[in-house]
Write a protein that binds this ligand. Sequence first.
Ligand SMILES: Nc1ncnc2c1ncn2[C@@H]1O[C@H](COP(=O)(O)OP(=O)(O)OP(=O)(O)O)[C@@H](O)[C@H]1O
Ligand SMILES: [Mg+2]
Length: 234
Amino acid sequence: MLFSVRDLHVSYGNIKAVHGVSFDVEEGEIVTLIGANGAGKSTILNTIAGLQHPTQGEIVYRGDNLARLSAHEIIKRGVVLVPEGRRIFGNLTVYENLRLAGFQLSRAELEQRIKRVYSYFPRLEERRHQLGDTLSGGEQQMLAVGRALVTGGDLMLLDEPSMGLAPILVQQIFEILAEINRQGKTILLVEQNAHMALKLAHRGYVLETGHIVLSGPSQELVESPEVQRAYLGG
Ligand SMILES: Nc1ncnc2c1ncn2[C@@H]1O[C@H](COP(=O)(O)OP(=O)(O)OP(=O)(O)O)[C@@H](O)[C@H]1O
Ligand SMILES: [Mg+2]
């Protein structure tokens, strides 16, 4: 198993947000955690990325427990977060944003990775000298994914890449995620957009108020009456 979360508990002060969540991600998979507002999706991803610390539980990646490591150390091991709300640098250009995401790389490696990002997202290359703040929402999301690709790593954590985007742009971004996965990247995706997430992912878990209530291959979840009713408007 590439990645495994075991009995994860996370609190904000005395408010518990995540109550004993466990799930796995195998090498090469796309796994999604779907859930409504406040279910705990971002809390789980931020905790994996080391931005928050669990009160209990293990986060095992390639056999090591990440739960006590710093965010920096976790990135170095190859677990890279694309945060909610596309946190890019608004006062830097597209190119500068990409370059900063790979500051640890050699010049040649950096330029090669930026080139690869431009091949996935030609729009970013066209806009490489434009400031982050002035990009459209969809372009900012592309840049956020692009930055994670420059940073590298084997496991990409994505926090609601569909948020605020028109369906056509969501479609485009999800197609690129599928391509990135075919090229070898393992993906853990959290989404409120259950329809798109289950279309993309191999397997999924349904999160409700900090608990996993259902899991299985995406096709099974799509067909499940509970998921249909609660998340797919069926
Ligand atoms: N900094 C914080 N302080 C206190 N409570 C918080 C904090 N951040 C999140 N929470 C609470 O933790 C719970 C889970 O929040 P989280 O952001 O993980 O949900 P989410 O599933 O990502 O929701 P959304 O789909 O709206 O992004 C919520 O009840 C939220 O109010
Ligand atoms: Mg969230």
